[in-house]
Design a protein around this ligand. Structure first.
Ligand SMILES: *Cc1c(COP(=O)(O)O)cnc(C)c1O
Length: 426
């Protein structure tokens, strides 16, 4: 592997962009070394600026469920682009897109298209506050909902009273009304609702966490969130930016049979272009301007190119696709586990469908304090070993890997073999 071109680009980039990147995890800080710059991608493969080819397990952090540069999506985007990129006025495409989303997500009776998952979650919170007339937001430690101020909050010590900023530049005031609880802990949730239930505007949750690595919900945990919200007049928000269309066409809510008050979608729904959605119960969404008093807008929201990429992707979410993802996901889980066992390395693989994480800690990982015990140094060394064997894995212990339609069983076995080899070398 020759990284000269990437290194040169990273040097130039670092003069002009913090860390040389436009989103921090890309900078490889968690694994060391310098990031690889890419030139093109096709199916399950990435080609670097250095001319190396990698088998991709990142999938652009989720969107690439069909594989990269899916011919039907690319053709549709090319066709629509010549008719104009953005009108700042409504189009038939947006209607078709909304109708399709409503079919896949019965809980979304009304929606807005926006341009990022961050924007979707931020807007959903504002609407929930506008609808309930309350301020308090509840989130869970280790879940990520984009970088809006109110969501960059870490768990306070002891009982949840005030949220504390988890980033410089977030004011104490913006963080104060966000309370953070441990994931998968029904008692903490019940206790909080008993104490403050009538102040809570919304509970936002990743139905399967991807952002502390893959952590599935314990049976009944999500149901309890929905139940308590209902009982106390708070708005339940399933943040399905990662899981939406990934775990099933109708997301985790289809997979688990849930009917949340609000839902956020992103990543897969945009087919690789900037597009996300928030929506939910009609009476809640009727609070959004111009129908109601909650303001939310976007110059490029629902632009024809992004909507077309989304539609062309949604059209291909067939039962066969999810069957394939389950098959290759299970096979990779098995392969990675076998590698750990044969090398006597403590670790666990957690997976739901086509999202999975190899944690370098004995399982199960049920919440952030479990994940936090991972051996980050070992992960960094493993990541480097995978890279040297042509496997591009997410450059952080606390991210999920994503598989796509384009991954073959042979690809999966190559990943497992590479991992076994790296683990044996430790
Ligand atoms: C990626 C992600 C977001 C943020 O989406 P962006 O498009 O990166 O702003 C929000 N929530 C979840 C669960 C995500 O995985």
């Amino acid at each position: 592997m020759n990284e000269n071109v990437s290194r040169g680009l990273h040097e130039r980039a670092s003069r002009l962009m913090p860390g040389g990147v436009n989103s921090p995890v890309r900078a490889f800080r968690a694994v060391g070394g310098s990031p690889i710059f890419f030139q093109r991608a096709s199916g399950a493969h990435l080609t670097s600026a250095d001319g190396d080819t990698f088998l991709d397990c990142v999938g652009s952090w989720g969107p690439a469920i069909l594989g990269h540069a899916d011919p039907a999506v690319i053709a549709a985007v090319q066709r629509v682009a010549v008719d104009g990129l953005s009108f700042g006025a409504p189009t038939e495409l947006e209607v078709r897109f909304a109708e399709r989303i409503a079919q896949l997500y019965p809980a979304i009776e009304m929606m807005r298209a926006v341009s990022s998952g961050t924007e979707a979650c931020m807007s959903a919170l504002r609407v929930a506050r506008g609808f309930t007339g309350r301020d308090v937001i509840v989130k869970f430690e280790g879940c990520y909902h984009g970088h809006a101020d109110a969501l960059l909050v870490k768990a306070g010590s002891g009982a949840a009273t005030f949220g504390v900023p988890d980033s410089a530049g977030v004011s104490a005031t913006a963080a104060a009304s966000t309370l953070t609880l441990p994931y998968n802990n029904p008692d903490a949730l019940r206790t909080l609702f008993a104490a403050r239930g009538k102040d809570i505007a919304a509970v936002i949750v990743e139905p399967v966490v991807g952002n502390m690595g893959c952590v599935p919900p314990l049976p009944g945990f999500l149901e309890l969130i929905l139940e308590l919200c209902e009982a106390y007049g708070a708005v339940s928000i399933l943040d399905e930016v990662m899981t939406g269309c990934r775990l099933a066409p109708g997301g985790a809510q289809q997979r688990f049979g849930l009917h949340p008050a609000m839902t956020c979608l992103g990543k897969v729904v945009g087919g690789g272009l900037p597009l996300a959605v928030y929506g939910g119960r009609r009476e809640i969404m009727e609070k959004v301007a111009p129908l109601g008093p909650v303001y939310q807008a976007g110059t490029l929201s629902g632009n024809p190119v992004a909507i077309t990429a989304g539609l062309a992707t949604l059209e291909q979410l067939t039962p066969d696709l999810y069957e394939h993802l389950e098959t290759i996901g299970a096979r990779l889980e098995e392969g990675l586990c076998r590698g750990l066992k044969d090398a006597h390395i403590p670790g666990t693989v957690q997976r739901v469908g086509s999202m999975l994480t190899l944690f370098f800690v004995e399982g199960p990982v049920r919440c952030w304090s479990d994940a936090d015990r991972c051996d980050r140094k070992r992960f960094a060394a493993w990541h480097r070993g995978m890279l040297e064997r042509g496997i591009y894995w997410p450059p952080s212990q606390f991210e999920a890997a994503f598989l796509s339609r384009a991954h073959t069983l042979d690809d999966i076995d190559r990943i497992s073999q590479a991992s076994a080899e790296v683990l044996r070398s430790f």
